[in-house]
Design a binder for this molecule. Structure first.
Ligand SMILES: [Zn+2]
Length: 185
């Protein structure tokens, strides 16, 4: 935002009604909340629903799955939800994401984060990397510093256990491999 626009914004604050003021405060605090990553991905889908496979905007509702609205693209007939083809595609337990993200802001390593949220170490590993991808995508101010530190967390969390490194098996010769690069996670 240009500084003049920002100045205009500041000048407008005294003119706000109390309701508008509350809305603004909520909007600003939501902006800073780490759990907002998922919401912001979801919101951008809701603002402009579009098939991530073919780009068509001609979608129809296609029931619910895991408490999430599903859609079907009338053009390519694939089904999707608001997270399809985003870093958060196919991650489960969305009700635990906010707590996990909160742990990330407090620099929890994989193991304590897994324990805190009651998920496996493998899930903790997957979530961390997916959320980091989402954050890079979204640049939430509170979390953006984590990306640089992540290598350290990674080394610490897996110190001395090369064998147990959780990693999804790569499928060979699978023609769907490039269809959804997040699917094998
Ligand atoms: Zn489509």
């Amino acid at each position: 935002m240009q500084s003049q626009q920002f100045q205009d914004l500041l000048n407008a604050i005294p003119l706000l009604t109390s309701q508008q003021r509350n809305t603004l405060i909520n909007a600003l605090s939501e902006q800073n909340s780490p759990s907002d990553i998922a919401k912001s991905i979801e919101d951008s889908f809701v603002r402009a629903p579009k098939c991530p496979h073919c780009g068509s905007e001609d979608l129809q509702r296609w029931g619910m799955r895991n408490q999430r609205q599903r859609f079907r693209c009338k053009s390519c007939r694939k089904t999707l939800n608001s997270f399809s083809k985003t870093p958060l595609a196919r991650l489960r337990h969305p009700e635990r994401w906010p707590q996990y993200l909160e742990g990330m802001t407090h620099s929890l390593t994989l193991r304590p984060a897994a324990k805190q949220c009651g998920v496996s170490l493998k899930t903790s590993f997957r979530w961390r990397h997916r959320f980091l991808q989402a954050i890079e995508h979204d640049q939430a101010p509170e979390l953006s510093g984590i990306t640089e530190l992540d290598e350290t967390f990674f080394r610490e969390s897996f110190k001395g256990q090369k064998k147990g490194l959780p990693r999804a098996a790569r499928k060979r010769g699978n023609d769907r491999q490039n269809v959804d690069k997040y699917r094998s996670w």
